[in-house]
Design a protein. Structure first.
Length: 392
């Protein structure tokens, strides 16, 4: 089956007792057993829920994976992967990851004796150099948040495959939230584990928080599945229903997102108050060639640096009507965020500046509204920026 068919049908059969075409919300905590150990495969809802099973089968199909597990949030999914590790283990992580991922590693897992090295993973040789005997995971995000840089998944997978330093072969984890499975399937390029915040494009309607982990390896799956139940950060059945419903339109939504994002990126690139635009679909993007090779499209996220530094950003934010000032991304409506004071506030300023997450950086999640309306909205907003107008 091709992608858009899987998005609508994978894991979903008409409900057998009534024929209901939509998977019901099985809002139950437990299941009645006929006799001791005589049941229909469902005992307790932390361990199994039919709405969740349907979602997990659909998610696995979208990433061409044998297995998927779903969680109550993207960070809960990341925590599930970290449960593979023990005190003394080491992780090599890309240095431009979601702020919450950085916080989870630095503030939580570090306390449990796990160490981290953050490297520019867009250069596979830097990943190779950072691997130690204790390295168990290599963790990438591509495109990255908020700078939309790309890592070459295949090149990093080869580094991990050919590594002779680690005592146990590390697993390559790719956070595929920004691309969504519609544009990129990391397992096909040699990754061992894919993680998603389904809160974003998969859910797609800004009405649910959730996470997912996909993999092909039986050994990894057994441990991940064990911890899904043992730690218990599972999503509720209504959340699973909402994500399943959102996924049905993923293919058409992503097409609309990226068409609008390209138009917005091209518009901003020509605007006199814009210093720099970051969008993998622009030929000016440093990883444009890799994007063409690795992805099936360039996605719906656009970042840009406004002229006038922090003051410029302060004057612009909140001037638009269709682009709402809010955290999160990947919903049908357009959002704008200021990474430094919103999503990436937990990263120290020196570290942010060193990575290019500067005070004047603005990140757009381009929605699926009408393209002309979106551009008009940005134009009206930029025209209100006084300080910058003088500098023009
Ligand atoms: C939002 C996000 C997460 C965290 O997911 P939650 O659902 O908010 O817990 C992880 N990675 C990326 C790239 C994200 O955008």
């Amino acid at each position: 089956m091709k992608f858009s068919t899987k998005a609508i049908h994978a894991g979903q059969e008409p409900e057998p007792t009534t024929g209901a075409i939509m998977t019901p919300i099985f809002q139950t905590s437990t299941y009645v057993q006929e006799g001791l150990h005589k049941h229909k495969g469902y005992e307790y809802a932390r361990t199994q829920n039919p709405t969740r099973t349907a979602l997990e089968e659909c998610l696995a199909a979208l990433e061409n994976a044998k297995y998927a597990l779903s969680f109550g949030s993207g960070l809960a999914a990341e925590g599930n992967i970290m449960n593979l590790l023990s005190s003394g283990d080491h992780v090599v992580c890309g240095d431009d990851v979601y702020g919450g991922t950085y916080r989870l590693f630095e503030k939580v897992w570090k306390r449990y004796g796990i160490s981290f090295d953050f490297v520019d993973a867009s250069d596979a040789s830097k990943v190779a150099k950072a691997i130690k005997p204790e390295t168990r995971l290599v963790w990438l995000e591509t495109p990255t948040n908020p700078l939309l840089r790309l890592c070459d998944i295949k090149a990093v997978a080869d580094v991990v495959k050919n590594d002779k330093t680690a005592k146990i072969k590390p697993a390559l984890v790719v956070d595929n939230t920004f691309a969504s499975p519609y544009l990129q399937n990391p397992l096909d390029m040699g990754a061992d584990i894919v993680v998603h915040s389904v809160t974003k494009y998969l859910g797609g309607h800004s009405d649910v928080v959730g996470g997912a982990v996909m993999c092909n390896r039986d050994d990894l799956y057994e441990t991940l599945k064990y911890h899904q139940n043992a730690v218990g950060a599972v999503p509720g059945p209504f959340d699973c229903f909402l994500v399943l419903r959102g996924i049905k339109t993923l293919a058409v939504r992503m097409e609309a997102h990226q068409k609008n994002a390209m138009a917005v990126a091209q518009y901003l690139e020509k605007h006199p108050l814009v210093e720099k635009v970051m969008y993998p679909g622009l030929p000016s993007h440093p990883h444009h060639e890799l994007a063409k090779k690795q992805m099936r499209g360039f996605g719906g996220m656009v970042s840009f640096v406004i002229k006038g530094g922090e003051e410029g950003a302060r004057q612009f934010l909140g001037t638009t009507k269709l682009f709402s000032l809010a955290e999160s991304l990947g919903g049908v409506e357009s959002l704008m965020c200021h990474p430094v004071s919103m999503t990436h506030g937990s990263i120290p300023k020196e570290e942010r500046d060193a990575r290019g997450v500067v005070d004047a950086l603005i990140r757009l999640s381009v929605g699926i509204e009408d393209q002309d309306d979106l551009i008009k909205d940005l134009e009206t907003g930029l025209a209100k920026v006084k300080l910058l107008a003088e500098a023009k």
